[in-house]
Design a protein around this ligand. Structure first.
Ligand code: HXC
Ligand code: NAP
Length: 293
């Protein structure tokens, strides 16, 4: 067995209806593929309907599942409400909302126009709010017994990060929303959780965060204690578990899947990794020699 293998048993998501925002590309597409393989019906949404249609056809052929492409800009509440109605019309119900859509790019903050800052906040924070509010109201009104919101954040939601300040600001808001609603909406049978991925190369993210030769200059794998980037299937495995009934007692959690990346950046003395093994004998002697002096 390996981390690139599929983890859950066949039919683990059979009968579930899942909406994946931003499901036409990158990690959203990878998670959608696995949900379909596990028997779920999945609606994928984003701004680009042609892209969604291509992805849906490709995944239906690959998995034999049913994948519904729906255009919806998450920044607009009316579009989100229409999207929800289309999902209900097609599948009769919805069980899971996966808030995966995002916008991001690197920039010194002082170079950003007010509109540039707003654009990222609107997609990530307002978009997640729009979808969560519309789906939550529906679940509460219809007294659905169990449903799940899964949000995709990042580890800089709690550490912050220079040069992606709108994204860090918005993801921190999403994390606060996750933990708050986990308590408030549990009484309606709604579980709310998040996943915080480390580096999982995708075209969407790498074009905007590692343009040009930045990907070679700043090898993301070197920042990770496990010395590698993530594989899409291992994220899909975790997401499938988090939206399945196997995780029924997990609520308000944010699961980090980053090979230890953020802790390596955080630990004050983590730079001592650069000290060669043989130097430790010498350092130990020096420290002990200072005792009682
Ligand atoms: C400065 C920029 C800019 C840049 C855009 N803007 N790119 N400013 N530097 N590189 C400014 C524009 O000039 C404009 O402001 C405003 O931002 C809106 O730009 P538009 O192009 O009109 O917006 P829109 O078409 O809505 O596109 C949104 C976008 C784009 C976020 C700018 O990149 C996009 O569509 N992204 C979606 C996919 C994505 O971002 N995927 C990566 C997720 S990765 P003015 O003032 O001129 O009007 C991720 C990973 C996190 O989140 C963790 C990784 C480890
Ligand atoms: P991606 O392929 O660019 O995915 C982003 C998706 O969001 C796209 O499909 C895009 O589709 C959609 N989107 C953007 N703006 C939208 C809007 N206004 N309305 C609806 N959909 C919109 O990048 P990714 O790497 O897979 O990112 C997926 C998620 O993982 C994001 O939440 C990101 O923050 C998170 N993440 C990624 C990494 C990583 O290493 N890749 C690390 C940590 C967290 P359209 O352009 O068609 O609208």
């Amino acid at each position: 067995m390996s981390y690139t293998d599929k983890m859950l048993r066949d039919d683990a998501l059979k009968g579930k209806v899942i909406v994946v925002t931003g499901g036409g590309s990158g990690l959203g597409k990878a998670m959608t593929k696995y949900f379909l393989e596990l028997g779920a019906n999945v609606a994928i949404t984003s701004r680009d309907l042609d892209k969604l249609k291509n992805t849906a056809s490709e995944l239906e052929v690959a998995t034999g599942g049913t994948c519904l492409p729906l255009q919806c800009d998450v920044r607009h509440y009316d579009q989100v409400e229409n999207m929800l109605q289309s999902v209900l019309k097609a599948f009769g119900k919805v069980d899971v909302l996966l808030n995966n859509a995002a916008g991001n790019f690197i920039s010194p903050t002082e170079r950003l126009s007010a509109n540039a800052f707003d654009t990222v906040i609107d997609i990530v924070l307002k978009g997640t709010k729009n979808c969560t509010l519309a789906f939550g109201k529906h679940w509460i009104d219809t007294k659905q017994k169990s449903s799940t919101v899964l949000n995709i954040v990042t580890t800089y939601a709690w550490t912050g990060s220079a040069y992606v300040v709108p994204s860090a600001t918005a993801k921190a808001g999403v994390l606060a929303m996750t933990r708050s609603l986990a308590v408030e909406w549990a009484k309606y049978g709604i579980r709310t959780n998040a996943i915080a991925p480390g580096p999982f190369p995708t075209k969407g993210a790498w074009d905007r965060l590692m343009p040009g030769d930045l990907a070679e200059k700043f090898d993301m794998a070197k920042k990770v204690p496990l010395q590698r980037v993530g594989d899409h299937q291992e994220l899909a495995n975790l997401a499938a578990y988090m939206v399945s009934d196997f995780s029924a007692y997990i609520n308000g959690e944010v699961v980090v899947i980053d090979g230890g990346e953020w802790l390596k950046g955080a630990g004050q003395f983590n730079m001592l990794e650069a000290i060669p093994e043989e130097l430790w004998d010498q350092l130990e002697m020096m420290i002990k020699a200072k005792k009682n002096k």
